[in-house]
Write a protein that binds this ligand. Structure first.
Ligand SMILES: NC(=O)C1=CN([C@@H]2O[C@H](COP(=O)(O)OP(=O)(O)OC[C@H]3O[C@@H](n4cnc5c(N)ncnc54)[C@H](OP(=O)(O)O)[C@@H]3O)[C@@H](O)[C@H]2O)C=CC1
Ligand SMILES: CC(C)(CO)C(=O)C(=O)O
Length: 333
């Protein structure tokens, strides 16, 4: 199959390289200039697995403006706040035969995709796969080959031939796909999962295992899960796990499956970038308001993460001022 990966960051590279290794024709499209420059200079991306076995993987890389191909499927893996810009810049190569697939975290992306693709061409999903972009031109796949899994569901909830072809390619690439039958329920179940793990680990700047091993972890998680499940019940969203299963999944993922992983939200925070919290806890809280339910804990968590972002950005500004003040001294010394 011919794929265009829209976003060649951590997850775009994980999916794209594995699909390429499984025999597909993959082109990566990105806008982050230092990453583009590094990949061109190196002739590819340096890929690691669990910080080891660093090796060069050749990839085809384009910018939205330079790409003129006609892929069968576009896979969107940008941060939520980057998606509109990517869609606008890539729209010149979209056509009505192409499919759009995405396993981005949070909510808000599907409505944006619907402005460019018909409902029967959109396939959504969720990824329980940890990947890190340590810097431009470098990607670290966390977990052994075959680790992690993903859920996928067409927006129409009626899988067609292309959905099955995508499923087969993801399976060949060892990505452990599961085809689910409830679109919104599938996506929201992962949003709730991330509303606990990503948010708490990012605020405290801790790996997932440290949260999972904290004796109060289940109480903290239960409070966020209960609020979110109460809201989904009011919104008639059918989650794919029960509350108990969601709590269990968080426990197993943090303590056993990915104890050393810092969630993707942490990766933004530590680079002094805005996080996706408004599309995760903020989305749950806004949905609650539509059903006259005040999600107090999710609202509090959203602001707590914004406070942490604010603090880090202030520190970055102070560092910049100090560096500027040191400049003339360095010249006169
Ligand atoms: N990573 C993971 O383990 C998982 C991620 N997801 C989801 O997948 C989607 C894509 O996320 P992900 O692949 O992690 O994100 P990316 O790796 O794509 O983020 C890359 C972007 O972040 C900026 N950036 C990255 N590294 C640096 C750096 N060192 N210095 C400055 N800027 C940097 C650049 O944006 P800019 O050009 O704007 O500066 C770049 O385009 C998100 O919705 C995420 O929540 C889902 C499951 C797991
Ligand atoms: C925690 C994890 C890896 C689960 O897939 C994730 O979604 C993230 O890092 O954002």
């Amino acid at each position: 199959m011919k794929f265009a990966m829209i976003g060649a960051g951590a997850m775009g590279l994980r999916y794209g390289i594995l699909l390429q290794e499984a025999g597909n024709d993959v082109t990566f499209i990105d806008t982050w200039q230092p990453h583009i420059d590094k990949i061109r200079e190196q002739g590819g991306v340096y890929q690691m697995r669990d910080h080891k076995d660093r090796h060069l993987v050749k990839i085809k890389l384009e910018t939205p403006e330079s790409y003129n191909g006609d892929p069968d499927m576009l896979i969107f893996f940008t941060k939520q706040m980057q998606l509109n810009d990517y869609l606008k810049r890539c729209s010149h190569f979209f056509n009505d035969k192409q499919y759009a697939f995405t396993c981005m975290n949070g909510m808000g992306h599907i409505e944006k995709l619907q402005k460019y693709f018909a409902d029967d061409k959109i396939i959504g999903g969720t990824a329980l796969i940890a990947t890190v972009l340590p810097g431009p031109g470098e990607v670290d796949f966390m977990g052994k080959r075959g680790a992690g899994k993903l859920n996928m569901c067409p927006l129409t909830e009626k899988p067609d031939e292309m959905t099955h072809r995508l499923f087969d390619e993801l399976q060949k690439a060892d990505m452990n796909p599961t085809l689910t039958d409830d679109f919104t329920g599938t996506l929201m179940t992962k949003v709730i999962f991330n509303s606990v793990i990503n948010t708490i680990c990012t605020m405290f700047e801790i790996p997932m295992g440290e949260f999972g091993n904290f004796p109060g972890a289940a109480d903290m998680a239960r409070q966020l899960i209960d609020e979110a499940y109460d809201i989904c019940a009011r919104a008639d969203i059918h989650l794919v796990s029960s509350r108990k299963e969601e709590l269990h999944a968080i426990d197993i993922n943090t303590r056993i499956d990915m104890p050393l992983h810092y969630p993707s939200m942490y990766q933004d925070m530590t680079k002094d970038r805005p996080t996706e919290v408004d599309y995760i806890n903020g989305y749950i809280a806004n949905l609650g308001r539509q059903y006259h339910y005040e999600a107090k804990t999710h609202l509090f968590m959203t602001q707590a993460v914004h406070l942490a972002e604010f603090h880090r950005q202030n520190l970055a500004k102070q560092r910049a001022i100090k560096a500027k003040q040191a400049e003339p001294q360095a010249q006169t010394a």
